[in-house]
Design a protein around this ligand. Sequence first.
Ligand code: ZN
Ligand code: ZN
Length: 176
Amino acid sequence: MRKLDDWLGSEETGEPFTHCICCRLPLVEIAEPWLVNKEFQRGECVLEYAICQPCRDAITDQICEPSKLAVRGFLEREIDWEARIHEFMQSHDLTDRFVNCIACRQAAHEAVGYGISALYDSGGSLVAGPLPLLICQPCITRMTAGLSTESRAVWSRFLEIHFPGPAGEGGFPGFL
Ligand SMILES: [Zn+2]
Ligand SMILES: [Zn+2]
Protein backbone atom coordinates (compact mmCIF):
# COMPACT_ATOMS: atom_id res chain seq x y z
CA MET A 1 0.00 0.00 0.00
CA ARG A 2 1.26 3.43 -0.92
CA LYS A 3 1.54 5.71 2.09
CA LEU A 4 0.34 9.30 2.07
CA ASP A 5 3.93 10.55 1.82
CA ASP A 6 4.44 8.35 -1.25
CA TRP A 7 1.28 9.69 -2.86
CA LEU A 8 2.11 13.31 -2.21
CA GLY A 9 5.88 13.31 -2.40
CA SER A 10 8.01 13.54 -5.49
CA GLU A 11 8.48 10.20 -7.24
CA GLU A 12 11.69 11.56 -8.65
CA THR A 13 13.36 12.35 -5.33
CA GLY A 14 11.35 10.20 -2.93
CA GLU A 15 11.01 13.33 -0.77
CA PRO A 16 8.28 15.94 -0.28
CA PHE A 17 8.19 18.70 -2.91
CA THR A 18 10.40 21.59 -1.86
CA HIS A 19 10.07 24.25 -4.57
CA CYS A 20 7.40 25.85 -6.71
CA ILE A 21 7.76 24.70 -10.29
CA CYS A 22 7.17 28.23 -11.62
CA CYS A 23 8.89 30.77 -9.35
CA ARG A 24 11.36 28.18 -8.00
CA LEU A 25 11.01 29.59 -4.49
CA PRO A 26 11.22 27.21 -1.52
CA LEU A 27 7.64 26.37 -0.56
CA VAL A 28 8.23 26.57 3.17
CA GLU A 29 9.69 30.06 2.88
CA ILE A 30 6.83 31.72 1.04
CA ALA A 31 3.86 32.65 3.16
CA GLU A 32 1.44 31.14 0.66
CA PRO A 33 -0.45 27.89 0.23
CA TRP A 34 0.58 25.49 -2.54
CA LEU A 35 -0.81 22.63 -4.56
CA VAL A 36 0.75 19.29 -5.36
CA ASN A 37 -0.42 17.74 -8.62
CA LYS A 38 0.56 14.38 -10.06
CA GLU A 39 -0.62 12.43 -13.05
CA PHE A 40 -0.37 8.66 -13.42
CA GLN A 41 -0.63 6.51 -16.53
CA ARG A 42 -0.82 2.72 -16.13
CA GLY A 43 0.36 3.07 -12.56
CA GLU A 44 3.40 5.18 -13.46
CA CYS A 45 3.75 8.81 -12.50
CA VAL A 46 4.14 10.78 -15.73
CA LEU A 47 3.85 14.32 -14.39
CA GLU A 48 4.44 15.82 -10.94
CA TYR A 49 4.92 19.27 -9.52
CA ALA A 50 4.14 21.66 -6.70
CA ILE A 51 2.89 25.14 -7.55
CA CYS A 52 2.43 28.06 -5.16
CA GLN A 53 -0.83 29.95 -4.98
CA PRO A 54 0.44 33.19 -6.62
CA CYS A 55 1.91 31.27 -9.58
CA ARG A 56 -1.21 29.21 -9.88
CA ASP A 57 -3.36 32.36 -9.86
CA ALA A 58 -1.12 33.95 -12.49
CA ILE A 59 -1.85 31.00 -14.78
CA THR A 60 -5.56 30.66 -14.09
CA ASP A 61 -5.90 34.41 -14.75
CA GLN A 62 -5.03 33.61 -18.37
CA ILE A 63 -7.90 31.11 -18.63
CA CYS A 64 -10.97 32.71 -20.18
CA GLU A 65 -14.17 33.00 -18.20
CA PRO A 66 -16.25 30.56 -20.33
CA SER A 67 -13.52 27.91 -19.88
CA LYS A 68 -13.50 28.42 -16.13
CA LEU A 69 -17.27 28.17 -16.10
CA ALA A 70 -17.14 24.93 -18.08
CA VAL A 71 -14.73 23.35 -15.58
CA ARG A 72 -16.69 24.67 -12.63
CA GLY A 73 -19.89 23.36 -14.20
CA PHE A 74 -18.39 19.89 -14.45
CA LEU A 75 -17.19 19.97 -10.84
CA GLU A 76 -20.60 21.05 -9.58
CA ARG A 77 -22.65 18.79 -11.83
CA GLU A 78 -20.61 15.60 -11.83
CA ILE A 79 -19.37 15.46 -8.27
CA ASP A 80 -21.67 14.80 -5.36
CA TRP A 81 -19.61 16.90 -2.96
CA GLU A 82 -21.96 16.44 -0.04
CA ALA A 83 -21.71 12.65 -0.29
CA ARG A 84 -17.96 12.76 -0.93
CA ILE A 85 -17.22 15.07 1.99
CA HIS A 86 -19.40 12.88 4.18
CA GLU A 87 -17.37 9.83 3.14
CA PHE A 88 -14.16 11.72 3.73
CA MET A 89 -15.25 12.61 7.25
CA GLN A 90 -15.89 8.94 8.04
CA SER A 91 -12.34 8.09 7.16
CA HIS A 92 -9.30 9.13 9.09
CA ASP A 93 -6.94 7.85 6.44
CA LEU A 94 -6.37 10.43 3.74
CA THR A 95 -5.04 7.75 1.37
CA ASP A 96 -8.69 6.60 1.08
CA ARG A 97 -9.10 9.66 -1.13
CA PHE A 98 -6.92 7.97 -3.71
CA VAL A 99 -8.86 4.71 -3.91
CA ASN A 100 -11.33 5.87 -6.53
CA CYS A 101 -12.36 8.73 -8.79
CA ILE A 102 -14.02 11.69 -7.06
CA ALA A 103 -16.57 11.93 -9.89
CA CYS A 104 -17.42 8.51 -11.38
CA ARG A 105 -16.12 6.29 -8.52
CA GLN A 106 -14.01 4.18 -10.90
CA ALA A 107 -11.34 2.33 -8.90
CA ALA A 108 -7.97 3.99 -9.42
CA HIS A 109 -6.16 0.67 -9.92
CA GLU A 110 -8.56 -0.14 -12.77
CA ALA A 111 -8.24 3.25 -14.43
CA VAL A 112 -5.84 3.70 -17.35
CA GLY A 113 -4.81 7.01 -15.88
CA TYR A 114 -5.69 9.52 -13.22
CA GLY A 115 -4.59 12.73 -11.61
CA ILE A 116 -4.31 13.65 -7.95
CA SER A 117 -4.33 17.05 -6.27
CA ALA A 118 -3.55 18.11 -2.75
CA LEU A 119 -3.49 21.49 -1.05
CA TYR A 120 -1.02 22.60 1.60
CA ASP A 121 -1.47 25.66 3.76
CA SER A 122 1.20 28.34 4.04
CA GLY A 123 2.63 26.58 7.09
CA GLY A 124 3.12 23.37 5.11
CA SER A 125 0.26 21.35 6.59
CA LEU A 126 -1.88 19.26 4.28
CA VAL A 127 -5.40 20.71 4.12
CA ALA A 128 -8.17 18.09 4.40
CA GLY A 129 -11.12 19.66 2.57
CA PRO A 130 -12.45 18.94 -0.92
CA LEU A 131 -8.81 18.09 -1.67
CA PRO A 132 -6.89 15.83 -1.61
CA LEU A 133 -8.67 14.07 -4.44
CA LEU A 134 -8.17 11.67 -7.32
CA ILE A 135 -9.88 12.01 -10.68
CA CYS A 136 -9.72 9.42 -13.46
CA GLN A 137 -8.60 10.09 -17.03
CA PRO A 138 -12.06 9.88 -18.66
CA CYS A 139 -13.41 12.36 -16.08
CA ILE A 140 -10.43 14.67 -16.68
CA THR A 141 -11.27 14.53 -20.38
CA ARG A 142 -14.89 15.41 -19.67
CA MET A 143 -13.84 18.13 -17.18
CA THR A 144 -11.62 19.82 -19.76
CA ALA A 145 -13.90 19.24 -22.77
CA GLY A 146 -15.31 22.76 -22.55
CA LEU A 147 -11.93 24.52 -22.54
CA SER A 148 -11.37 26.99 -25.34
CA THR A 149 -8.42 26.59 -27.69
CA GLU A 150 -6.76 29.57 -26.01
CA SER A 151 -7.21 28.06 -22.56
CA ARG A 152 -5.80 24.74 -23.74
CA ALA A 153 -2.81 26.66 -25.07
CA VAL A 154 -2.21 28.13 -21.58
CA TRP A 155 -1.93 24.62 -20.19
CA SER A 156 0.27 23.38 -23.08
CA ARG A 157 2.55 26.35 -22.61
CA PHE A 158 2.88 25.56 -18.91
CA LEU A 159 3.89 21.99 -19.82
CA GLU A 160 6.31 23.14 -22.52
CA ILE A 161 8.05 25.60 -20.22
CA HIS A 162 8.37 23.36 -17.20
CA PHE A 163 8.57 19.89 -18.71
CA PRO A 164 10.75 20.20 -21.76
CA GLY A 165 11.15 17.05 -23.76
CA PRO A 166 8.95 14.81 -25.81
CA ALA A 167 6.42 13.82 -23.11
CA GLY A 168 4.17 16.90 -23.12
CA GLU A 169 0.84 15.09 -23.21
CA GLY A 170 -0.14 15.50 -19.59
CA GLY A 171 -3.89 15.74 -19.42
CA PHE A 172 -4.48 16.82 -15.86
CA PRO A 173 -4.50 20.58 -15.41
CA GLY A 174 -4.89 20.17 -11.68
CA PHE A 175 -4.73 23.86 -10.92
CA LEU A 176 -7.79 24.85 -12.91
ZN1 ZN B 1 5.51 30.00 -7.36
ZN1 ZN C 1 -13.89 9.26 -13.10
